[in-house]
Design a protein. Structure first.
Length: 256
């Protein structure tokens, strides 16, 4: 998932004109890898899953400020504060969006590269270490941005022959599936500000990868790792559904 191109727009906030009541205003920082970035898409700045999610929500009447902190090849290790790699970029994005009257929301989709047999930073990452890394990232951000919330999405399926500059294969896919129970534990251990994200995407894309993924040529044949334009739109819609549930949950908690 390492792509040799210069990313100008990534992790930069996009600020639409606020046109509705403050209760419909939200700020979202997307934390992820090349799938979040929109690798293999012709125009990631227009087609990536975060852009699709925001577009859907704005059609529903929400007003969203957002930053896409998706970086190709990244793992949970790359986002740890101690690594000083991508965490400062997340802080820069969140600082630009954080406001007392606008809820800040972190949408996290990591694990694909953690699951690799070799290549990405820290890989292969054990399920226990995966949870520990996310715990550190979440706790560090929550301390800096009181009142912020987190939604943890399940990493999507990839084909068991996936291999580019990194090696994933069947063992990686099996490891990837051990991460979801760790996400559930994090949600259970952080009631009130860590929420369940998408759980549809994995099985959905597994059923028809040729339709929703970009075919890529690797050492062991054509593999499927990155959603194509149609797949990115659907993934964005899954994320949007989770965000709406998150909003409903916040409002319910306030009423109670």
């Amino acid at each position: 998932m390492k792509w040799l191109f210069i990313i100008f727009w990534i992790c930069l906030p996009v600020t639409p004109i606020w046109a509705q009541h403050a209760s419909n205003r939200y700020a979202v920082v997307f934390i992820g890898n090349s799938i979040t970035y929109g690798a293999t898409l012709q125009s990631p700045e227009k087609e990536a899953p975060p852009v699709q999610m925001v577009r859907i929500l704005e059609e529903k009447g929400y007003r969203i400020q957002y930053a896409n902190c998706g970086f190709s090849g990244s793992t949970t290790v790359d986002f740890l504060p101690v690594s000083n790699k991508y965490f400062p970029k997340v802080l820069q994005a969140a600082d630009s969006l954080y406001a007392a009257d606008v809820p800040l929301f972190f949408s996290i989709t990591l694990g694909t590269n953690d699951s690799a047999e070799e290549g990405p930073a820290g890989a292969p990452v054990s399920p226990e270490q995966y949870k520990k890394n996310l715990q550190i990232i979440i706790d560090s951000l929550h301390r800096r941005y009181p009142g912020s919330s987190f939604v943890l999405h399940q990493p999507v399926w990839y084909s068991p022959n996936t291999q580019n500059r990194s090696v994933y294969l069947k063992e990686g896919l099996q490891r990837l599936q051990t991460y979801t129970p760790q996400l559930e534990l994090l949600i259970k251990e952080h009631p009130g500000f860590v929420f369940k994200g998408d759980r549809k995407g994995f099985d959905f894309f597994r059923r028809d990868p040729k339709k929703y993924f970009t075919p890529e040529k690797g050492p062991v044949g054509i593999f499927y790792l990155h959603p194509n334009a149609q797949g990115a739109k659907l993934l964005g819609s899954f994320w949007a559904d989770c965000f709406v549930r998150y909003i409903a949950g916040r409002r319910k908690n306030k009423q109670e």
